[in-house]
Write a protein that binds this ligand. Sequence first.
Ligand code: PMP
Length: 452
Amino acid sequence: ESKKLTFTETIDLRNKYVGKSCELFYKKNPLKIVRGQAQYLYDQDGREYLDCINNVAHVGHCHPDVVRAGIEQMQQLNTNSRFLHDNLVVCAEKLVSKMPESLSVCFFVNSGSEANDLALRLARQHTGNTDVITLDHAYHGHLTSLIDISPYKLNLPGAPKKPDHVLVAPVPDVYRGKIRADDHPDEDMGKLYALEVKKIIDENVIGQRGQQVCAFIAESLQSCGGQIILPHNYLRDVYTYVREAGGVCIADEVQVGFGRSGTHYWAFEIDGPDVLPDIVTIGKPMGNGHPVAAVITTEAVARSFEATGIQYFNTYGGNPVSCAIAIAVMTAVDEERLVDNAKDVGEYLLSELENMQRKFPEVIGDVRGVGLFVGVELIKDPKTKTPATAEARDVVDRMKDEFRILVSSDGPDVNVIKLKPPMVFSRVNADRFLKAFKTLISEIRTQRFQLL
Ligand code: PMP
């Protein structure tokens, strides 16, 4: 066993040997977590934290069946996917059984980034086009090809320049986006925002660049960039416009897949069965912390890729251990009815947060969510919607320090408190979060009155 380091030794070694671009959570006062179980994390002194942010630990940290599946397969064999192995085919069959019928071909990879990079290759090969439409503030991964389509990073000072083949559509954020529900009370916001994508296609792709679209890529619920719920009809119309322009539609389910929405296994499904991507990318929750990810696509797209004659080989993708783990995760989601739990606890959390918003409208500007995917937008003034960035940062720190609850903040103005807990999160956990959160929100309001 490796020797245990003190808290300071760990920080010192990290500072000495690890790239400074790899940032820690809670930079001022970081956490050293040594153990996890279900929705709880434990630090080096045995203090317990309620985890509201780790969507990767989907079925709960260190789920015993998932751990056992990994250990047992590691004792048996781990090797690449050029040998026949049951785990790979059983995992593929199980994944496809969760998908709409047209999505039936799997490629196994090791991370969300690898999945999205492969999705772009498939799209290029299938369409012969290069222009990719992405959403503002989106994040799709850390590879060079994905930073190019990730305004979450491209919008930062010092970022590389956005390449010409990448076109950025406005986030369909009906609260503070380009088109706001306040200004369009009786209109179909999804359709209005989808027309923005059509405009980009007509003016930029077909108009100026004189070619057709390669792909539209979006998270089915935008997590990076502020917990955005895509309005009704948005994906339906966008997918239609993109296909009319020769492109394919990629649903990034790396964060929000595997039932987080509480009603469907995949978040692209929540607006109706006719919303059908051509390529779906999955990762994070798939391995409950173990690196495994995949691309699922149609026969037609897979055939175009095959037609190149170039084999796709990925040393670790689809290895027997990763597949055993992914199978165990899906089994746990089903057996423990975690999708239903996400609906039940998510609806409760959302309705309680909405009550809180009615009570503190000067601090809580917007509450939004589906299932266990929730965002609370903190503001300074409901009229101007000025983001309460510093106060959001304070809330995140104080939730940890005073209540031992882990939440994060995100969004273009980093003022959205973000919840995406393990799917075993309970109503009791929700109550613990709500009580602490209410204390802090009410303090913020009191402080503001004192400042007046
Ligand atoms: N897509 C989305 C939506 C993500 O949030 C992330 C990771 N935050 C990725 C892709 C990339 O996944 P990975 O870090 O596993 O490469």
